[in-house]
Design a protein around this ligand. Structure first.
Ligand code: TRP
Length: 432
């Protein structure tokens, strides 16, 4: 059973080398793992919170989409889309907004930071705070819950938002779930192994420090010029240099093989000039980035290709979002009036029909079980077991541990049945 990994990229800037090493490259690598389903999206509604310059939003969306595609994201394997192409997300945001305590939002770091700054400056506490900024964690919760993501890779500053998404999900499940878990509780993943790349001045590479190395912007010359500005110590050519702690070496490391790291260190200790070292770094970066840059430029020259890829992603994303939102609307009482159902009768019926496991023996003498949905259709079919006990133990394990027990379970999902439907059916046993 696959793990759903989801992350969003706010579209306010253009990617730099730090974004590539810290986020884009590891995310693309992770998306190539078997048994993971990756969802990557351009968080362009989030961008509107921070930026009211339409041209900048437009440019950034294009640059970020082209960067991910050029860096090797395989859109046939992952769902790559724009948040703003999924109308179900703002709709879910509202449903969640109505169950989110204002007090929870008061505690959000991003909002509190603005209030603190205002207080320091002697302003009204909410000066310059929009409702977009204040409610931002609810939009983010909708991004995540809409696709029932299990894991959300984020920077440390975002962990609180994932915790808020869990809170909101639990509240919604509790209020409207009636024994059904609409939302999976997501977990933040902060990758400690991925080093944060230092910038030109040795501090963390970040737009806000103005110390970035552009990824594609400015072409090969832009890259060379930025590298020329990396700060080093003042040791002269021929003088031994200490590689450890040098930001130039840290950047080199992020692109080099272990053998290359070794020999670069040895050369620096033997007196390699910093100017030479910078040329080596340019060559090393070009090895990885050069081919990507060519793809990036081809994509930027043909943005209709990017648009088509994103439209395809939106189609895949909505195939998941639309049915879930329909269920949620139903759950909160936004129901059709064409076929009114008496609420009470309906609840009784729902209680009577639940997903069931059936164990049985086939003509081949082996023992089997299957899981059928409350509506009667098949969800899971087991393989054959030699003994009835083995089948029974698997049933017990699936009931107890839910979807988590599916990995390794000798079962196959029925055709056309989503992982979510199976997970929800299994979850119904856990609550009994
Ligand atoms: N807020 C995130 C950031 O600034 C971006 C983001 C928006 C996101 N929605 C998300 C990340 C959902 C993970 C999941 O980095």
């Amino acid at each position: 059973m696959s793990l759903r990994v989801l992350t969003g990229i706010t579209t306010t800037g253009t990617p730099h080398l730090g974004n590539y090493v810290g986020a884009i490259r590891p995310a693309i690598l992770a998306s190539q793992q078997p048994a993971t389903e990756s969802f990557f999206f351009l968080a362009d509604y989030h961008a509107l919170i921070k930026c009211d310059d339409p041209d900048r939003i437009e440019r950034s969306r294009l640059a970020i989409a082209a960067t991910w595609l050029a860096a090797g994201l395989d859109t046939s394997r992952v769902v790559f889309y724009r948040q703003s192409d999924i109308p179900e997300i703002p709709e879910l945001t509202w449903l969640l907004t109505c169950v989110t305590a204002k007090g929870l939002m008061n505690r959000a770091h991003a909002y509190k930071a603005s209030v603190d700054q205002n207080e320091l400056a002697g302003n009204e506490p909410d000066d310059g705070v929009t409702m977009g900024l204040f409610s931002y964690p609810i939009l983010m919760a909708a991004d995540i819950l809409m696709f029932n993501a299990n894991k959300v890779p984020v920077g440390r500053d975002q962990v609180q938002h994932i915790e808020m998404a869990r809170d909101v999900a639990q509240r919604f499940n509790h209020l409207f779930g009636k024994g059904q878990q609409f939302f999976v509780l997501p977990e933040a993943v902060v990758d400690e192994a991925v080093a944060t790349l230092p910038g030109l001045d040795g501090r963390k590479m970040s737009k806000s420090y103005d110390n970035t190395i552009p990824l594609f912007e400015g072409g090969p010359k832009g890259l060379r010029d930025a590298i020329a500005r990396i700060v080093t110590d003042s040791r002269l050519p021929g003088e031994p240099k200490e590689p450890e702690g040098s930001n130039l070496v840290a950047i080199y490391d992020a692109f080099a093989t272990p053998a290359e790291r070794e020999s670069f260190r040895a050369e620096l200790r033997a007196g390699l000039a910093w100017g030479e070292a910078k040329q080596r770094l340019v060559a090393l970066l070009e090895r990885e980035i050069g081919p990507m840059r060519a793809r990036y430029e081809a994509l930027i020259a043909d943005p209709a290709k990017i648009e088509a890829a994103l439209q395809e992603g939106a189609r895949k994303a909505r195939a998941i979002a639309t049915p879930l939102l329909a269920q949620l609307r139903e759950a909160v009482g936004l129901r059709t009036m064409a076929a009114p159902v008496q609420a009470a009768a309906k609840v009784e019926k729902a209680a009577a029909s639940q997903p069931v496991f059936k164990q049985y023996r086939e003509a081949d003498g082996r023992f089997y079980f299957k899981l059928t949905a409350a509506q009667g259709h098949l969800l899971l079919q087991s393989a054959g077991f030699d003994g009835g006990r083995d089948a029974g133990q698997w049933v017990a394990k699936l009931k107890k541990e839910g979807a988590a027990a599916l990995a390794g379970a000798p079962v196959t999902a029925a055709e056309g049945v989503s992982a979510d439907e199976i997970a929800a059916a299994l979850a119904s046993f856990a609550e009994d």
